[in-house]
Design a protein around this ligand. Structure first.
Ligand code: IPM
Ligand code: MG
Length: 368
């Protein structure tokens, strides 16, 4: 049987150093459990711009379309801030999402018990928190036309367009309901139907999908601003939240911070199934490239390692192995290992990126 394939795109900033730890974890599965992957590597973001003059070379996109899963580190950094808008590192990522049609972005916000105290909210508000934001990722105001900066009279106008078709809403709603069935069986849909027509349509379509095919799942609707407030007030009321591209961008950062650190959170971006039945998929940490600490061994590799756990679950049908990896991370945290981003306690020395990776491997070893 051919091995499942993974394309690794470490990207910029801390991307390469956290990805190095992920690579060790991937290899661990091959060596110890015979679960071997065919791994290749390529460039995305600023490093791709340096090499090719574009943040995503066509040949990289072709590879990404062919593999079973893409693992991405992070893109962007101050060296690229002044580049033309169309070749900025972020455009590489957005093009990958769009061209691979990765419409459902799963962003779990899970609070590890050992870290509840790092949240800016009270421990009782966040401990045990386990919510999933499903963000629509390939449409809405990120991609709608017309867009641009035009001149009218003697001033310039910046334009972006929020646009959603019924089928775009329908398919992401289905992803949310399917996920909810495997979790707490509740979906809260967020939009601004009070001020935006796209929100009115969003609400209608989500309700229709529910009434036709998912009556067993509890559905509620909330205006996105109220949703942001409720996320801070009592986040445990939510199970799955489904929302559009821009609201999802904002709400997922807010939800991430509830858990104490952005350095902990993985994400999966899924598209339609390929010929082999696996969904097109890209996995990446929610955090950015953190150029201020890049190369110093301070970065937390956990978000990226947990992104591989999501790949095990959603691309490779290895839910038990995903559980094993998540449990290893949990036990390392419970044992007190902390990278610099997690240091709240006095008298605890931070471990390096590599030491955190090694600790997770040791925890994996102890499960054999
Ligand atoms: C994210 C990021 C991206 C986005 C950027 C880097 C293009 O903020 O993945 O949340 O806005 O979608
Ligand atoms: Mg974001």
């Amino acid at each position: 049987m051919t091995k499942p394939s993974i394309l690794i795109l470490p990207g910029d900033g801390i991307g390469p150093e956290v990805m190095k730890e992920v690579r060790k974890v991937i290899d661990w599965y091959g060596t110890n459990l015979g679960l071997a992957f065919d791994v290749s590597e390529d460039l995305v973001g600023g490093v791709a711009y340096d090499a090719h003059g574009t943040p995503l070379h066509d040949s990289t996109l072709t590879k990404a379309q062919e593999v079973d899963a893409v693992l991405l580190g992070a893109v962007g950094g101050p060296d690229y801030d002044n580049l033309d808008f169309n070749v900025k590192p972020e455009r590489g990522l957005l093009r990958l999402r769009k061209e691979m049609d990765l419409f459902a972005n799963l962003r779990p916000a899970q609070c590890f018990n050992a870290l509840a105290e790092f949240s800016s909210l009270k421990t009782e508000v966040v401990s045990g928190l386990d919510i999933m934001i499903v963000r629509e990722l390939t449409s809405g105001i990120y991609f709608g036309e017309p867009r641009g900066i035009i001149e009218e009279g003697n001033e310039r106008i910046g334009i972006n367009t929020q646009r959603y078709t019924e089928s775009e809403i329908d398919r992401v709603a289905r992803s949310a309901f399917e996920l909810a069935r495997r979790r707490g069986n509740k979906v809260c849909s967020m939009e601004k139907a009070n001020v935006m027509e796209s929100g009115v349509l969003w609400r209608e379509v989500v309700q229709k999908v529910h009434d036709e095919d998912y009556r067993d799942v509890e559905l509620s609707h909330m205006y996105a601003d109220a949703g942001a407030m409720q996320l801070c007030r009592w986040p445990k009321q939510f199970d799955v939240i489904v929302t559009d591209n821009l609201f999802g961008d904002l709400l997922s950062d807010a939800a991430a911070m509830l858990t104490g650190s952005l350095g902990m959170l993985p994400s999966a971006s899924l598209g339609t199934p390929m010929a082999n039945g696996r969904p097109k998929a890209l996995y990446e940490p929610v955090h950015g490239s953190a150029p201020d600490i890049a190369g110093e061994g301070k970065a937390n590799p956990i978000a990226c390692i947990l992104s591989f756990a999501m790949a095990l679950r959603y691309s490779f049908d290895e839910g038990k192995e995903a559980d094993r990896l998540e449990a290893a991370v949990e036990s390392v945290l419970a044992d007190g290992f902390r990278t610099a981003d997690l240091l709240g306690e006095k008298g605890v020395d931070p471990v390096t990126t590599q030491q955190m990776g090694d600790a997770i491997l040791a925890a994996l070893n102890s499960t054999l």
